[in-house]
Design a protein around this ligand. Sequence first.
Ligand code: UD1
Ligand code: CA
Length: 455
Amino acid sequence: MHDELDIVVLAAGQGTRMRSRLPKVLHKLAGKPMVRHVLDTASGLNPRQTQVVIGHGGDTLREALADLPVRFSFQAEQKGTGHAVAQTLEQLGHGKVLVLYGDVPLIRRDTLAALLERVDEEQMGLLTVTMDNPDGYGRIKRDAAGNAAAIVEQKDASAAELALTECNTGIMAMTAAQLKRWMPRLSADNAQGEYYLTDVITMAADDGVGVATAQPATRVEVQGVNNRAQMAELERACQRGYAEQLMADGVALADPSRVDVRGTLSCGHDVFIDVGCVFEGDVSLGEGVQVGPYCVIRDATLGADSVVASHSVLEHCVAAGRNAIGPYARLRPGTRLAVAAKVGNFVETKNADVGEGSKINHLSYIGDAALGSGVNIGAGTITCNYDGVNKHRTRIDDHAFIGSNTSLVAPVSVGQGATVGAGSTIARDVSDHALGLTRAPQREKADWPRPQKRD
Ligand code: UD1
Ligand code: CA
């Protein structure tokens, strides 16, 4: 037997109880389709190949997994788990085969590695779990010597068998040779008229092949998803696991049950995350970063000691460190804050470089812009970057001061140390150290009588 491994992932079922247009295994857990969790774990075992058995929603699945190094076997009709595995027989090699499920997403690599270690020509491996409520599961029958001798499906079970609490997780491993020997022997002579993969246990016993059983570290690893309630349950379990890992890594969470990570979140020491935050994609928070309540941060890198105040939304941006962001700030893609730059409340930035120590403190839109260091942007300032057809850039050099309620009509630049008077509409460049002002002169009418209400 070669040491190589083939992994078979069953994903042909319809998932009717999800009541969804989307194939069940593409429903997202922690921001990632369930089947991708399984495939990521599978790839950690360095298999020779991974075969995904598809049926319902097959085209959607092929498309959704097109970027992964997996092969597909098509099971036109769902005639049972044994029938599903049989679709892959011709592609299998000469080593071990591990059977996984696209709707059992939280299985861990270590559990599988331990199971595979038990497999050789004389012995197959079966992952079992003891359930308080085994309803719906296949039950493990053991012989007088305590060896697993058969799996009885719920619908085929006698009252005595129904009382057994050791259950089949469905996950098993054997040599390709054994599988090729056993699959053609399956019959659909049972209560459901299906080809049961579980019948291989009896065949193993008949062939003098032992069945080594192993258990997962936690039940959640082998929990399958059939409906949205189970999906939500696994989502919580998954998030709890992420939260525990973050805390173990030195992150302070205001409430470990109120943070959601849908991707990867890496944090330096002494990061604090308040309640209700959502992290998506790849997020990296430097040492001492503080994130206030109800922030959404997606694909962002925040340097050490930055503070993001509540209700801020950050996407595809980089903050160098010691930045103050929010509350209610919206940093859109291409925002790059240099050290100690500030973006305050109700400020939106996009495709903008903000230099060291520069401040955009209130109610502004800064898009397609490059700000030098020490720039001060007054409240209500906007870059008019879009003429209805094209986008144009605004440049504001070091230590420029932009008065409140200024419109900067791009393309335009404001020179170093220049000042723009409040309320201006700046459509032409302002020179270094100059004052740019378009404000209409204030007029005054002395003793002006207010209009009176007519009756
Ligand atoms: C199966 C096991 C049962 C075990 C349980 C654990 C069998 C006969 N029974 O039962 O012992 O306790 O899982 O959850 O194996 N699938 C296909 N093609 C098919 C049939 C199924 O791809 O023709 C896929 C489904 O999409 C699903 C998985 O296999 O992901 C399990 O199928 P399902 O019908 O849910 O099996 P259970 O009845 O739950
Ligand atoms: Ca099932």
